[in-house]
Design a protein. Structure first.
Length: 262
């Protein structure tokens, strides 16, 4: 296993742990569900990218899963940022447009599971350019909203939270997009694994130490979420390795394991 793949696996485990920890606060804080959705989405495409490298026999399937989750990321992050700065209602129309566009992109990418045209589409430069053209203004708007919130808030702890969220967004967005830029024909170093790992670590600090959910996540919740995510990743990898020759058995195994962990 290469260092890049090891970082991808570590990042995926961290994303899943933070998603599970966030779910524990769902219904008690408005940020919990948006953060859980974002981190689960990040888990989906980082884990799929890792599996794409480790299980070449099913490379097209993992690539399709990666692209579908990637397509949804900008809209989910926009919802999280708007919730954090308290602007969801004011910017509900741009948020709806973002959801509609990136959901349509995800649906078109999902055709790769069924038809050869879909595989050609997600591997094309046109897909990468379309994603980047829509992602760039969304990313800029998210940074602008966080900078504006930082300038306006007077509470020191809220400022600290905003700075770390801003840093997580900037590092994660710029580094994780390097693979898309490569697909678009602009050769850049592959920094996706580092970007997502650093961004999740920064958000975890906000949740654990700066009361992102009105109170810090308890140590027990954090350890519980981390333990479940590690076991889940190990079990999934075992299933993929042992049942890779039987798609029905693999689907059944994944479904049963997912229900158990849920």
């Amino acid at each position: 296993m290469s260092l890049h793949d090891a970082l991808l696996l570590l990042a995926a485990t961290g994303h899943l742990a933070l998603a599970l920890a966030s779910i524990s606060r769902a219904g008690k804080n408005p940020l919990a569900l948006p953060l859980a959705l974002v981190t689960f989405d990040l888990f989906g495409w980082t884990f799929a990218t890792f599996c794409n490298h480790q299980f070449p026999a099913a490379r097209e399937t993992w690539r399709a899963i990666d692209v579908v989750f990637t397509s949804l990321t900008p809209a989910l992050i926009l919802r999280l940022v708007l919730t954090f700065v308290g602007k969801t209602r004011r910017f509900r129309v741009p948020l709806f447009v973002s959801y509609a566009f990136f959901a349509a992109l995800a649906l078109s990418s999902a055709t790769a599971f069924f038809i050869s045209w879909g595989n050609r589409w997600i591997e094309s430069r046109a897909w990468a350019f379309l994603f980047l053209v829509a992602w760039a203004p969304t990313f800029a708007a998210e940074l602008w909203l966080l900078i504006l919130h930082l300038r306006r808030c007077a509470d020191a702890e809220e400022q600290a939270r905003t700075r770390l969220i801003l840093a997580a967004l900037f590092v994660g967005g710029t580094f994780a997009s390097t693979d898309i830029w490569n697909d678009a024909g602009f050769p850049l170093p592959g920094l996706t694994a580092i970007g997502t790992l650093v961004s999740t670590a920064l958000v975890a600090v906000v949740a654990l130490r700066l009361r992102l959910f009105d109170r810090n996540l308890s140590g027990a919740t954090t350890l519980y979420a981390a333990a479940i995510s590690i076991v889940a990743v190990v079990v999934y990898l075992t299933l993929f390795r042992e049942l890779r020759g039987s798609t029905p058995a693999l689907v059944f195994g994944i479904t049963v394991v997912t229900l158990v962990f849920a």
